[in-house]
Design a protein around this ligand. Structure first.
Ligand code: FAD
Ligand code: SIN
Length: 540
């Protein structure tokens, strides 16, 4: 007996994901159209998202005496290594400060200095101090604000433990096919209700994907366990367009984690912005060999430098030295990092902190235009699950919370103009689970996930090559076939769906990496170390 299809529900707008992108969209929309029902679902709790883990802060041009849009645009383009969409960068940088002001009005607290001005931090690749932050738990503060604010709107219906399995789409054969309207339409999603294990059909006039990134495809990641790329995989299955998937950002400094904690704990780049310095295990500075910006060079450069030093000396980690920094200032800025280090016997004021790179951010994803429209009609996407053109080949630190806020706003404006023209789709079939049975061995799912992480970490990591990518694709093919077979015959569970999604993500990363025959930004391959002198975007 398969999963039961319990009921069909209608909602004007379905938002899949309750991080910064999903919730800030829902709030804006609910404010403007109290007559519409906006259903927000999250696969675990309202607090668990990448957003909640953000440390460093939100980048925005704030102090016009020292900073300006041009500098933030240039820093973003420079990090993106030639393939950002310049119009998108300009829009996000210019609209960003207003969006940040709005969440301050909604209740978000950011640290101020003694003069009462916002205390602006600095991170790698930024030429000025422009990062607004709340201690080293900025994301927690933003998530708290959005959760509280969203409760003020009775037309926002919030469902925890609701897992979107697949989008409901229809392909209109014979319809004129253009780049942005390939004749596919989205009518909502099939959703697994974890409370009663039934699959509900959630029909919507418009759907907004805000499902975050996919860090859990690698063995070591700063991303929480919810980051399994579900939205990107769903869109790919529905034949929507994804792009830039080869650009996976590894954060240079996660806390060395010999016991394999998942997620790995992040030591914010803001710590280097505060003056911390990278050193080898025998205490020598090394960043001068790699970039004149030293420990504050863009992330791809620093992560590769650490990776290289580890390989050169056979080290399991390198060090971050904070011992020369002002203790009161450090404690005030980074209480969470300080406490975490102390909890494992490291005093950052007297000991060096052992650090290693870890998978941190998915730069590519669902292809969207400047209104957040995907290539599937009635489906929008925002935040880390997207490829908007802002990050190009490498995201500038603290630009992603900003991107989520800006696109949520742009999407709500676009939907205001079109929602009244959309009706609910009739005649959508229930979820069909005929012939599926209880899984006999759950261990097959967990073991395949482990294998996937190993494949991605060994063959599609910071440094790539043709032969490694081929190995990865061959092995992913086998995992794909085994998992599809399991999926076709088994009562589904979120774990099985996540595995299936992650295998798709692994394929998208490895395939895009194989197709890019150059090294650029976060994609470095020993077989093609040079950069093309033209811009190419890989779409899948
Ligand atoms: P998320 O915040 O990840 O939210 C995703 C939501 O989708 C969750 O509610 C989840 O439950 C839901 N979801 C996913 N799949 C499904 C499904 N199948 N069904 C139902 N719901 C689903 N960025 C910065 O700009 N500044 C920083 O300082 C910063 N620091 C970071 C530190 C860490 C440790 C990490 C991990 C990331 C950091 N980032 C930072 C990146 C940033 O936090 C994320 O890119 C951003 O928060 C993503 O927001 P989002 O709304 O797109 O997705
Ligand atoms: C950090 O605090 O180092 C993370 C910032 C980011 O990923 O944008």
């Amino acid at each position: 007996m398969g999963n039961k299809n319990s009921k069909t529900n209608n909602t004007d707008i379905l938002v899949i994901g309750a991080g910064v992108a999903g919730l800030s969209f829902a709030i804006r929309m609910a404010e403007k159209r109290p007559d519409l029902t906006i259903t927000v679902i999250t696969k675990t709790t309202e607090k668990e998202s990448n957003t909640s883990y953000a440390q460093g802060g939100v980048a925005a041009v704030w102090d016009h005496d020292i900073d300006n849009y041009k500098k933030h645009i240039e820093d973003t383009l420079d990090a993106g290594d030639g393939i950002c969409d310049e119009e998108v960068v300009e829009v996000v940088v210019k609209e960003g400060p207003e969006r940040v002001r709005e969440i301050i009005e909604w209740g978000a607290r950011f640290d101020k200095n003694k003069e009462g001005d916002y205390d602006l931090g600095r991170e790698g690749g930024h030429s000025e101090n422009r990062i607004l932050h709340y201690k080293d738990i900025t994301g927690w503060e933003i998530q708290r604000t959005l959760n509280e604010k969203s409760r003020q709107y009775p037309n926002i219906k919030f469902y925890e433990h609701h897992f979107a399995v697949d989008l409901i789409t229809q392909h209109h054969l014979g319809k004129i096919v253009t780049k942005n309207t390939p004749g596919i339409e989205c009518y909502g999603a099939y959703v697994f209700n974890k409370n009663n294990k039934e699959i509900e059909t959630l029909l919507a006039r418009v759907t907004v994907l805000a499902t975050g990134g996919a860090g859990q495809v690698y063995r070591s990641t700063t991303n929480p366990v919810i980051a399994t790329g579900d939205g990107i995989a769903m869109v790919y299955r529905a034949k929507g367009r994804v792009s830039n998937m080869e650009f996976i950002q590894f954060h240079p400094t996660s806390l060395y984690n010999p016991t394999g904690d998942n997620p790995a704990f992040l030591v914010s780049e803001a710590v280097r912005g505060f003056g911390a310095v990278l050193r080898t295990v025998d205490g020598k500075e090394f960043m001068q060999k790699y970039d004149e910006r030293l420990s504050l060079a863009p992330r791809d450069i620093v992560a590769r430098a650490i990776d290289n030093e580890m390989k050169l000396h056979g080290d399991e980690y390198e060090y971050l030295d904070c011992t020369h920094l002002d203790k009161d200032g450090f404690l005030n800025h980074f209480p969470n990092i300080y406490n975490k280090c102390k909890s494992i016997g490291i005093d950052p004021m007297t000991d060096y902190i052992p650090v290693v790179p870890a998978c941190h951010y998915t730069c590519g994803g669902v292809d969207v235009d400047l209104s957040g429209k995907t290539t599937i009609n009635r489906l929008y996407a925002a935040g880390e699950c997207t490829s908007s053109g802002l990050h190009g080949a490498n995201r500038l630190a603290s630009n992603s919370l900003l991107e989520g806020l800006v696109y949520a706003d742009r999407i709500h404006k676009d939907i205001l103009n079109c929602i009244d023209g959309y009706q609910f789709k009739e005649g959508i079939p229930d979820w069909n689970a005929e012939g599926t049975t209880e899984p006999k061995e759950m261990v097959l799912i967990t073991q395949s996930h482990k294998e996937l992480k190993e494949i991605m970490s060994y063959y599609v990591g910071i440094v790539r090559s043709d032969v490694r990518l081929k190995r990865a694709l061959d092995r992913l093919d086998l995992l794909f076939m085994e998992t599809e077979n399991l999926y076709a015959n088994t009562i589904i569970s979120p774990q099985l769906c996540e595995l299936r999604n992650l295998i798709t993500i692994g394929y998208l990363i490895a395939k895009s990496a194989e197709l890019r025959k150059e090294s650029r930004g976060l994609h470095f391959t020993t077989d093609h170390p040079d950069k093309f002198d033209y811009k190419e975007i890989i779409y899948l």
